[in-house]
Structures are given as structure tokens and as C-alpha cells.
Design a protein around this ligand. Structure first.
Ligand code: C5P
Length: 210
């Protein structure tokens, strides 16, 4: 099937706790499911059934190799061809993919969010608009502590240890430099009403033309 010319992929990147997920969700929620679909790089974390929980909890989840980006690229290409895909679902509480999948239908606009989506050239070149959410590290770690303890079943000690051993160094090595690939850099994520409105207008314009 020929590639649908009327599909655009909007990448929303940013460090952990930057507010990129909130921004992506607000864009998606402003439109219908048949207009905008969402993909999350986190759902493509590699499966590690061969390890026990203890060993999985020690892995570096902030390196580009932690993701099955090849599968994500294939899924994007399928969606651009007008075909639906089954997006994997990731369960942070067990550090592994769950057995569930989510059906993602093709749409004129696809939003993709993730910390490292600009760090992978093969993925980056599939995007039509690249947005980087830039939020101070102190705000990001505070948000992360609250979220990981409340929603992801982590202890305070484990969050601090993971942040210092992998999250922070990988952010400096991969996430921060990938900001150079962005078309637009926005301070704070979902709380930036001006940036949100601009993105919504851009999506609306594309939908009218498509
Ligand atoms: O939602 P957010 O962008 O913060 O999600 C990415 C983060 O999830 C990464 O910084 C990574 O450290 C974390 N993660 C984790 N445990 C896993 C998989 C990812 O803490 N099993």
C-alpha cells in the first residue's frame, strides 16, 4: 500500500518528569480518536522474561538500547500506510512488558512521546515536527519521586539510587544533547498554555488540509 501523504508524526521529547506526557495527552484529548493517535516509546521497552524481578530492577532504563525502537519504527510505518497496530503495554511495577496490547488505529496525526525519541536517528527522521519539553532538573526529580513512589511501586531509596546511577548520567549523555534535534523547545510541559494552544492550532491546520 502506498504511504499515506496525509499523516504527520509529532514527536514530544523531554527528560523524565518534564511534563511531556501531560502535554502529549492534552494535545490528543483536544481531538477525536479518529483524528489523533498516540504512541509512547516507554511501551516499547524490551521484554526481559529471562530475568527475575531483582535482576530486571537493576537494568539501565535510560539508555537507548533499553528500547525495541526497531519495532516502534515498524509500527509507525504501518500506521503511515493506513494500517492499525497492536502497541505493547509496559508495566513499571514489574519492570517488564505486560501481556496486554493496545490497538492503535491510523489517523492523520500521530503523537509520539518519550525521553529518548530524538536520540535515535532512525526514529527521529520519521517525525515531521519535533518538540522538546525543557524543564529544570530539580522540578523533574521532585515530580519523579512523587510519581514513582505513588504509581510505580518504588521506595524513596530506590528512586534516589536509580536517579544518581543511571537516570541523571543518561539524561546528560543522551537526552539533553538530543534537544538540538528539536524544531521547537518549550519550557515546562502541560502547564504551558501558549505552547499547547500553538500545537493544537498546528494539528487543526493539518486536519483541515488532510
Ligand atoms: O514517564 P517517564 O518519561 O519519566 O518514563 C521514563 C523513565 O522510566 C526512565 O527515566 C526510566 O528510568 C524509568 N523506568 C523505570 N523502570 C522501568 C522502566 C523505565 O524506572 N522498568
Amino acid at each position: 500500500m502506498a504511504e499515506a501523504k496525509n499523516t504527520i508524526l509529532i514527536g514530544i521529547a523531554g527528560g523524565t518528569g518534564s511534563g511531556k506526557t501531560t502535554l502529549a495527552d492534552k494535545v490528543v484529548d483536544s481531538f477525536g480518536r479518529d483524528e489523533v493517535s498516540i504512541l509512547r516509546h516507554d511501551n516499547y521497552y524490551k521484554r526481559h522474561d529471562e530475568m527475575n524481578y531483582e535482576d530486571r530492577s537493576k537494568l539501565n532504563y535510560d539508555h537507548p538500547d533499553a528500547f525495541d525502537t526497531e519495532l516502534l519504527c515498524e509500527h509507525i510505518k504501518e500506521l503511515k500506510k493506513g494500517k492499525a497496530i497492536q502497541m505493547p503495554v509496559y508495566d513499571y511495577t514489574i519492570h517488564n512488558r505486560s501481556d496486554k496490547t493496545i490497538l492503535v488505529e491510523p489517523a492523520p496525526v500521530i503523537v509520539l512521546e518519550g525521553i529518548l525519541i530524538f536520540a535515535e536517528p532512525s526514529l527521529c527522521e520519521l517525525m515531521d515536527i519535533r518538540v522538546f519539553v525543557d524543564t529544570d532538573a530539580d522540578v523533574r526529580i521532585l515530580r519523579r519521586i512523587v510519581r514513582d513512589v505513588k504509581d510505580r511501586g518504588r521506595s524513596l531509596d530506590s528512586v534516589i539510587n536509580q536517579y544518581l546511577t543511571t537516570v541523571k548520567p543518561m539524561h546528560e549523555q543522551f537526552v539533553e544533547p538530543s534537544k538540538r534535534r528539536a524544531d521547537i523547545i518549550i519550557p515546562e510541559g502541560g502547564e504551558n498554555a501558549v505552547a499547547l494552544e500553538m500545537l493544537i492550532q498546528r494539528v487543526r491546520k493539518h486536519l483541515e488540509e488532510a
